[in-house]
Write a new protein. Structure first.
Length: 241
């Protein structure tokens, strides 16, 4: 057996004994689908763009067309991408465990397209937009002139969380419940730098979960993990199924 298979055998054995499994994912799980992450690799989004120009309420107020053109580009990239083996492995794990909970920071919709259900979306979803004035929520228009408008005439905005904004309260509560009650927690494809999402690893730890990190790089969460697997999620997660 090679190192990865050894690690998988140990993790699989712990997983089989677990009653409540929760998983936190980040941009790295979509990297093998061809989508750029925020902070890793030469194409990293925050290496090429400044978050304050594209992902804050102030940026949107200043130049909604610019912000929208970036999100439309990302939506087009996500639409052209396909879920990878890591996404499918998580959907498979869920199908065999009624208590399985998937928490994601990703807005690309690839977990849902792989078959995951009731995904806890901490940072929203670019496939959805909401009105800046009225309560309407609509599928993000793919070819309207930018910036797109709501039926009420006001601007639509992508239904994602921007810097300086609170996370959706219900999603955050579900994530805290899932992490706090898990006895087995996987943290995959995240740099674990952005709070409050990164804090869920500590919540899982405090709740007594066995924690497995899947990431080619070390992160600030590594010290809180029982096992750190230095591998791509699309390589490792299928070994758990
Ligand atoms: P980051 O770009 O910060 O981190 C991606 C992580 O994925 C890094 O630790 C990489 O080492 C790892 N990685 C790369 N390829 C991988 C692979 N094939 N398999 C597994 N891991 C891999 O992305 P996030 O942690 O998701 O927030 O970023 C968190 C938040 O910061 C995002 O949700 C976004 C961003 O600003 C908002 O937009 C609110």
């Amino acid at each position: 057996m090679d190192g990865l298979s050894d690690a998988a055998a140990e993790v699989r054995e712990r997983l089989q004994r677990a009653a409540r499994v929760a998983v936190l994912t980040g941009a790295g799980v979509s990297a093998e689908s061809g989508l750029a992450t925020f902070r890793s690799g030469p194409d990293a989004l925050w290496r090429r763009h400044r978050p304050e120009d594209l992902a804050t309420p102030e940026a949107f107020a200043r130049d909604p067309e610019l912000v929208w053109s970036w999100y439309r580009h990302r939506l087009q990239r996500a639409a052209a991408a396909a879920p990878n083996a890591g996404h499918f492995a998580l959907a498979t794990l869920q199908s065999t465990r009624p208590t399985f909970r998937l928490i994601t920071q990703n807005v690309d919709g690839l977990h849902e397209r792989a078959g995951s259900r009731s995904v806890i979306e901490l940072h929203g979803n670019i496939w959805r937009s909401r009105c800046t004035v009225c309560p309407r929520s609509v599928p993000t228009p793919l070819d309207d002139a930018l910036p797109p408008r709501c039926a009420c005439g006001a601007l639509l905005r992508p239904d994602v969380v921007w810097f300086g904004e609170a996370l959706p309260a219900r999603a955050m509560q579900r994530a805290l419940d899932a992490a706090g009650s898990a006895d087995f927690f996987i943290v995959a494809g995240t740099s674990a730098l952005v709070y409050p999402a990164a804090g869920l690893v500590g919540v899982a730890r405090a709740g007594g979960a066995f924690i497995v990190e899947v990431n080619p790089e070390e992160t600030p969460a590594t010290v809180a993990c029982d096992v750190s697997v230095r591998a791509k999620s699309g390589e490792f997660l299928p070994l758990l199924c």
